[in-house]
Design a protein around this ligand. Structure first.
Ligand code: COA
Length: 192
């Protein structure tokens, strides 16, 4: 399936939120808590507006999208934070993949890998590392791209939510590459 990767516009935010809702379904306790009505028409309208607010509020964030060339539909999206000197020097954090979702109808076709490659190509060009707070769904993909698990943890819930499933996260980091390594990965991180 041919698809392109490009930067999102404001008009893409409702579909970006819809993709989050479809991709996580009802299996992700964090999404259920923050957007309890995400699967309803009203919940998606509100979610799309919040995505637009988030986008406008964060100058370091770049949202990218995957678009199916045949249908013109947006089938995946990711939100990258590229610090590029925007953080105090004591921080080693340079670039972060903040969110990535792919339409369940188009998963396992290489879309996630390309959305990841976009940000890693930027990191390699800037000569910086990259981090991600992974869910269980993205673990394999990030490991294959050179991320290593630094820490994992479970978010404990207050007693009033005792019946809810807890959420597990993996903090992963991909160190900055040497010049030779970056050259070696050029093909892998090629951007559509
Ligand atoms: C994670 C996600 C973005 C991957 O998108 P995708 O387009 O399906 O990924 P790709 O087709 O590029 O897969 C690349 C590799 O990732 C791994 N992978 C992807 N989905 C996987 C899954 N459900 N289970 C195990 N490994 C998976 C595989 O190694 C895969 O390679 P392969 O298909 O050759 O075996 C997608 O499954 C998704 O939106 N999940 C729900 C939201 C989410 O958890 N996002 C990540 C938050 S950190």
């Amino acid at each position: 399936m041919p698809f392109t990767i490009s930067e999102c516009t404001d008009a893409d935010m409702p579909r970006a939120f819809e993709l989050l809702s479809l991709a996580f379904g009802h299996e992700h306790p964090y999404i259920e808590s923050v957007f309890p009505a995400h699967a309803t028409a009203e919940g998606r309208r509100v979610g799309g507006e919040r995505f637009l607010e988030f986008r406008k509020a964060d100058p370091l964030a770049t949202k990218i999208k995957a678009v199916d060339v045949e249908t013109g539909n947006m089938i995946g999206h990711a939100r990258w934070i590229v610090c590029d000197g925007g953080l105090a020097p004591e921080f080693e954090l340079d670039g972060s993949l903040d969110l990535m979702t792919v339409d369940p109808e188009h998963q396992r076709k290489g879309v996630g890998r390309k959305l990841l490659a976009w940000g890693l190509a930027v990191a390699d060009k800037l000569g910086v590392g990259a981090v991600v707070e992974a869910t269980e769904y993205g673990l394999g993909l990030y490991k294959a791209a050179g991320y290593k698990v630094k820490h994992d943890y479970e978010v404990l819930l207050p007693e009033k939510w005792a019946g809810r499933e807890t959420q597990r996260y993996w903090w992963m980091a991909r160190p900055k590459l040497t010049t030779e390594e970056a050259e070696g990965t050029e093909q892998r991180v090629e951007v559509c």
